[in-house]
Design a protein around this ligand. Structure first.
Ligand code: ADP
Ligand code: MG
Length: 697
């Protein structure tokens, strides 16, 4: 194998192995880090920098807290074995003309061949006072100065890279410097016009600056410099464009159905509306209606805080589709929620529409009728849990697919619903208010509609944090509320999805409540109860025949009982912010003053208390989501299924929200003005550059 003689001949595609000073052994060390080509090295970015431009003087070191650069001469050097720890050490006495100090290296006896008396060195490290009273630096970074007193790195800002095992950091830096020489041969995948639109500098300059900054400005250290912005925007833009190109590819097929909103439909909608829509609901509905009538399938995320009134919007969309002769499917995460939707649709539409429910609990005969009804198009509207996703569920003509509480479903599940129709219109709803940046990152290819206004007459919910020792007073308060006509949720932290469902805390809690409120009507509710029992319990609660509903988090999503105005959350420290917010969203839905009491374990750690207090202060769902995101990070926030979104390498969707938005807008404009083939090509070019690097994480 012949090494590249002249480094300037290296291109980004050159294998690292052929760079001078690398060879087979080192190449495999780099390979172990996922670094194969020169291009990989270019995107192997420093995670920190050391400023070695200003040498200090030994005489004026004093009690220093930070590492320093020193320049001086070795006055004596030698290896010895430490008597105490029996490690080999190499020591050099170092003199910079103002004073001396000792340089000490452990287990690096080979240094005896490299550092000799009389050598001029630049050293970098943290000085401390040795047990002999003199100054000492342990394991300093060092560099020999040539006759002119110049070193390669000394006197500059030194980039610090992740460790490559078996290759000394200084050597890694030298190899990366060699790689940088190939930048001239690296084309910029972003056309100049696009760079201008995004306001970014060219790629080669950006990469050079990040490896070898001239100054460590605040902006640079905060990763907001033009160089950083270039890499982040490129990454976000690539992501957004790729999503849109993929989507556009799927959309080539225009809708096979037509949807028209005529006066008859308009009148019907007006007639069935049980209340006056808020301005936000009207705006969102208009967006949806336009999509429905368009030539291409709708693909829209409807986002709105808990209780903002998404359901009615979805139901009107459903009416429009049904009156155009198409079937509608509404997917919801729990049987209880399915039941609630079902009832609400019945109320709204009377018998003028044939509705069915699909849950796991159907009897065989019932199921057969149901499946046939769907297949033959007799059933116009179906509401269901994941039972709806089974393969044997076939539609005659699915025109609109709605997913409620979409974060409860995985990508594949949503997809398998959409696949049940030919180019169906798609509406996904979320009550977990995803911060805009995250929504764009995750669903960059969805259109976004936001209901940012609450229906009128909503009560501000008062949230309080209490210790478990105060439970008696809390129960007194609950008693007074019931006496005033209120209904109460008592929630225990049992994870419904858990395989090993342990209902003991719940049933114990239920017993406690029963004996504490002997004259009140209490009932228990959890996801594993037989469906009929669940339905019956929820119905009774809705009709006001139950005062205290003792439940798991099964009531977390969607449940709507306006007369319930007090919620007690037991062991609240075990819930995440978003979950608490969802739970809290069950109350404050009617005219009653509403209270959410978070009861924490007395033994819960201090942070948990702080966290709950913070939550109590946060009312707006978007703030809650932002905080949740801060605490848990996007992967967990969205559930493991979607953790792919946290995989950005340069950008951080939380820190760089504004860049995500401009990337999205630029991607939309690019496709609109340049067309799909140009978009496809650009995605290819962009991925060619970043993929090799991005694959590594
Ligand atoms: P979410 O957005 O959390 O799904 P829902 O659709 O369940 O919220 O609506 C919450 C409650 O607000 C329901 O009782 C619903 O009937 C009521 N509601 C929705 N929109 C309005 C409105 N414009 N005026 C009055 N009440 C409304
Ligand atoms: Mg809802």
């Amino acid at each position: 194998m012949s090494a590249v003689q002249n480094e300037r001949a290296a291109t980004p595609e050159t294998p690292i192995q052929f760079l001078r000073g690398v060879g087979v052994a080192r190449a495999s060390a780099f390979q172990a880090m996922g670094l194969t080509t020169v291009r990989d090295l270019l995107f192997f970015l420093p995670f920190r920098y050391e400023d070695r431009r200003h040498p200090a003087q030994i005489a004026s070191l004093g009690r220093l807290e930070h590492p320093v650069v020193l320049r001086g001469r070795v006055v004596s050097a030698g290896a010895k074995v430490s008597p105490i720890k029996r490690v080999k050490i190499f020591e050099a006495m170092f003199d910079d003309g103002t004073g001396t100090l000792m340089l000490v290296w452990f287990n690096q006896a080979y240094l005896a061949d490299q550092i000799k008396r009389g050598d001029r060195l630049a050293v970098f490290g943290q000085p401390h006072v040795s047990k002999y009273g003199g100054l000492q630096i342990d394991s300093p970074d060092w560099e020999k100065l040539d006759d002119t007193g110049e070193g390669e790195e000394e006197g500059s800002i030194v980039p610090i890279y992740s460790r490559v095992s078996q290759v000394p950091p200084k050597t890694v830096r030298r190899i990366v410097r060699n790689a940088l020489d190939s930048l001239g041969a690296m084309p910029d995948p972003m056309p100049a016009e696009l760079r201008k639109r995004l306001g970014v500098i060219d790629l080669a300059t950006a990469i050079h600056q990040i490896h070898q900054p001239q100054e460590l400005t605040e902006e640079f250290l905060a990763r907001r410099s033009p160089a950083h912005r270039r890499l982040i925007l490129q990454e976000f833009f690539t992501f957004q464009l790729a999503l849109r190109v993929r989507r556009a590819g799927e959309e080539i097929k225009p809708k096979t159905r037509r949807v028209i909103i005529d006066d008859a439909i308009r009148d019907e909608v007006k007639k069935i509306l049980p209340f006056k829509l808020t301005a936000a609901q009207r705006r969102v509905l208009k967006e949806i209606a336009e999509d429905l009538q368009g030539a291409r399938p709708m693909y829209r995320l409807l986002q709105g805080d808990v209780g903002s009134g998404k359901t009615i919007v979805a139901l009107i969309a459903a009416v429009i589709a049904i009156r155009n002769g198409h079937q509608v499917a509404l997917l919801a995460p729990t049987e209880i929620l399915v039941e609630q939707h079902y009832q609400r649709i019945r109320q709204l539409l009377d018998d003028s529409v044939v509705i069915a429910k699909a849950t796991g609990a159907m009897a065989a005969k019932e199921r057969r009728t149901f499946l046939a009804g769907l297949r033959e198009g007799l059933i116009q509207f179906v509401v269901g849990t994941h039972a709806l996703l089974e393969e044997r569920v076939v539609f005659k003509s699915l025109g609109l697919a709605i997913v409620d509480e979409q974060h409860r479903f995985g990508v594949e599940q949503r997809q398998s619903l959409f696949a049940k129709g030919e180019t169906p219109d798609i509406l996904v709803m979320t009550a977990t208010p995803i911060p805009r940046s995250l929504a764009l990152a995750t669903y960059g290819d969805l259109e976004l509609s936001v209901i940012d206004e609450m229906p009128p007459g909503r009560q501000r919910i008062r949230t309080e944090v209490r210790g478990s020792l105060q439970i008696d007073r809390i129960f007194d308060f609950a008693e007074a509320q019931i006496a005033g006509g209120a209904q109460i949720y008592v929630v225990y932290p049992i994870i419904e999805e858990s395989e090993k469902l342990n209902l003991k805390p719940l049933s114990q809690g239920f017993e406690t409540i029963r004996s504490r409120f002997p004259n009140r009507r209490a009932a228990m509710l959890h996801g594993r109860m037989p469906s009929a029992e669940k339905e019956e319990t929820m119905d009774r609660f809705k009709r006001g025949e139950i005062d205290l509903l003792v439940s798991t988090t099964v009531i977390e999503v969607g449940i709507d009982v306006p007369n319930a105005s007090l919620m007690l959350v037991m062991d609240a420290d075990r819930f995440g912010f978003s979950q608490l917010h969802q739970l809290r969203g069950r109350i404050g839905r009617g005219p009653r003053k509403s209270y959410c009491v978070l009861i924490r374990d007395e033994r819960a750690p201090e942070e948990a208390k702080d966290r709950l207090r913070k939550f109590a202060e946060t009312i707006d769902g978007f703030d809650v989501a932002e905080r949740d995101l801060e605490i848990r990070g996007p992967g967990e926030f969205l559930g493991t299924r979607q953790s792919g979104v946290s995989k950005f390498r340069f950008g951080n969707i939380q820190r760089d929200q504004e860049m995500m938005e401009s990337a999205r807008n630029a991607a939309i404009d690019f496709l609109a003005s340049q067309g799909l083939p140009a978009g496809e090509k650009l995605v290819g070019d962009l991925l060619g550059v970043t993929l090799a690097a991005a694959n590594r994480d």
